[in-house]
Design a protein around this ligand. Structure first.
Ligand code: ZN
Length: 587
């Protein structure tokens, strides 16, 4: 056999033999819950336990399409049965195969360093499928002869950090890290993010791992029972990680002992993994944290979706700030790679405003630097970064990894960039190894607060609010999602992607004939147009047959004029569902 991929195939570890159900056995009937909103907590936990006892009973999968589990640079799937139309595809056996494949991929990468036995850190967020997937991943890695460091409840950025930490007593640095999370998605989903000391894996790496996993999975049917030769060690890594964050704030406050003393900061962890920030970061720094909420992990997310882009989530933290008369509110997503804040007056510091705030902080440290953002940032943000802060705004594509990679690329071409941020609340700094860390971003705000308090002990979050003074904001901001019907005859059997591209092309030519509209001179994604004192962006979703349309304007009337321009071009495409846009125009 000369095909290198086949050689790779042979070197992959076997998984324990799969239990196969006889074809004639009727599929076990399980309680069905119609919506993604949990109807009964007990029922769900029972379903989850049943799934733990026999993942292969949930769905008889002999052929698993591993590549369908790819979501850009992450892996995502359904881990819990019970939601109609969403069969489990992230079973324990699938997770084991993926873990073994990651180990094989990593070993291949580390071969040059002479490594033969790896140490892989594994952590998880608060999802109800976390433990069964953690066990499966551990099994997959130890069966391949590698060691596992189990961190338990952890944040995504901490997993990357564990590949950099030098701490022999706690077995760090790890050679690689796996985070079990599906960020803000509903309770039945889960997924994996992978890290090495170079950062998060990219799309090509994930595809490679899934292809390897598919082969591991197929082979596992022919293998005998595998010995677990790897060692599992439990490490309280979140304490190590949190103490690094504390040190960063102490340093910027000139090593004052309790630099946040007297400041009242409330945290909303949304029952995700972010609760550590209160006990392990804020309290040691001296802050009062009374009124913090939803700190206890609960994978059914009973209070609100842990997502700083979610309206209800932002309302919850805003209310907590006002009720407690706090100086600042902090909110994290489930796995703490995203965050947002609220000032003492209840003003949200998220989306464009958070990017403006972080830009102000970073541009004070690095004058003139380039800030890379995703494509849906406002024109007001560009004006703020370039005219007020004297920096450069490089508006790129959607997708946090795209934004981060673009900033890294700019640096490699000699254009200095220190900040990459997405409106979703993902933000990465060069000084923090380009890691998108929601907790580190909040630490940058705390640094600012602590620094200001050494000069004026009575100053609260005003120091932050003042930094975004002058940011122009649109009165009307909407995102409308236009779906493409993939089975429609108008696609003529082609892909939704090609169809979407032809809509964008047509829109571009329509715009060029309209004297009131101007195409953005520099644009990296979709069609971005300014006019009527506002702007719109129509782009193709990264993964779905959807064209999201973002409009910002100073009045509803102006926003409607922009919407009408899009509708005029889109109406010729019968497979495009414009209902949502029509509804907006008729309001
Ligand atoms: Zn996240």
């Amino acid at each position: 056999r000369s095909d290198p991929s086949i050689q790779q195939h042979n070197s992959l570890p076997c998984l324990p033999p799969r239990r196969k159900k006889p074809a004639s056995t009727p599929r076990a009937r399980r309680p069905r819950i119609r919506t993604a909103k949990p109807a009964s907590r007990e029922l769900l936990l029972l379903t989850s336990m049943a799934a733990t006892q026999g993942a292969s009973d949930v769905l008889s999968i002999d052929k698993v399409d591993f590549l369908k589990l790819q979501n850009g640079s992450d892996i995502r799937g359904v881990a819990i049965a019970g939601v109609e139309g969403e069969p489990v595809n992230l079973t324990e056996l699938v997770a084991e195969a993926i873990a073994a494949a990651f180990a094989a991929w990593l070993l291949n990468k580390k071969k040059a360093d002479g490594l033969r036995r790896l140490r892989i850190s594994v952590g998880h967020d608060s999802r109800i499928s976390a433990h069964k997937l953690q066990n499966a991943i551990t099994h997959g890695i130890t069966a391949a002869g590698h060691d596992v460091l189990q961190f338990g409840l952890a944040s995504t950025p901490a997993m990357f950090n564990s590949t950099l930490t030098k701490d022999a007593i706690n077995h760090c640095p790890a050679d690689g890290g796996i985070m079990i999370t599906a960020s803000h998605l509903p309770y039945n989903r889960n997924g994996f993010k992978f890290f090495t000391s170079d950062g998060g894996l990219n799309k090509t790496d994930i595809k490679d791992i899934l292809e390897r996993a598919s082969r591991v999975y197929e082979e596992s049917a022919h293998c005998g029972k595998q010995e677990q030769t790897g060692v599992v060690t439990h490490v309280d890594y979140m304490s190590i990680y949190a103490s690094d964050l504390v040190q960063a704030v102490l340093k910027s406050a000139g090593n004052k002992e309790k630099p946040l003393e007297g400041l009242h900061i409330v945290v909303d962890a949304g029952n995700g993994a972010g609760g550590f920030f209160v006990d392990k970061v804020l309290k040691p720094l001296g802050a009062v944290t009374d009124g913090s909420q939803f700190l206890e992990p609960d994978g059914l997310f009973p209070n609100h979706i842990p997502n700083p882009e979610d309206k209800a989530a932002m309302e919850a933290i805003t209310q907590a700030v006002l009720n407690n008369k706090a100086d600042l509110g902090i909110i994290f997503d489930t796995d703490v790679d995203r965050s947002a804040a609220v000032d003492s007056s209840g003003r949200e510091l998220n989306r464009n405003r958070l990017i403006a705030l972080m830009s102000a902080i970073v541009l004070e440290e690095h004058p003139g630097t380039t800030v890379v953002t995703d494509s849906v940032t406002s024109d007001g943000l560009t004006a703020f970064i370039e005219k007020k802060l004297g920096g450069k705004h490089h508006r790129f594509k959607r997708g946090y990894k795209n934004v981060i990679d673009e900033a890294i690329r700019l640096n490699s071409t000699g254009e200095e960039s220190h900040l990459a941020m997405e409106t979703s609340g993902h933000g990465a700094l060069k000084e923090n190894h380009w890691l998108d860390d929601g907790a580190y971003m909040m630490v940058k705000l705390l640094n600012k607060l602590a620094g200001a308090r050494t000069l004026n002990p009575n100053i609260g979050s005003k120091v932050l609010t003042d930094l975004v003074e002058g940011l122009e904001e649109a009165a009307v901001t909407v995102e409308i999602r236009l779906k493409i019907d993939q089975n429609h005859a108008d696609l003529k059997g082609g892909s939704f992607r090609d169809y979407g591209e032809s809509i964008l092309k047509h829109l571009e030519s329509v715009i060029s004939k309209d004297p009131n509209l101007n195409k953005a001179p520099k644009n990296h994604e979709g069609v971005r147009v300014s006019g009527y004192g506002g702007w719109f962006l129509l782009r193709l979703s990264l993964h779905d047959p959807v064209l999201p349309l973002n409009i910002e304007a100073q009045s509803k009337n102006d926003a409607m004029k922009l919407g009408l321009a899009v509708l005029a071009a889109a109406s010729e495409f019968s497979a495009l569902d414009t209902t949502a846009l029509n509804k907006f125009l008729q309001q």
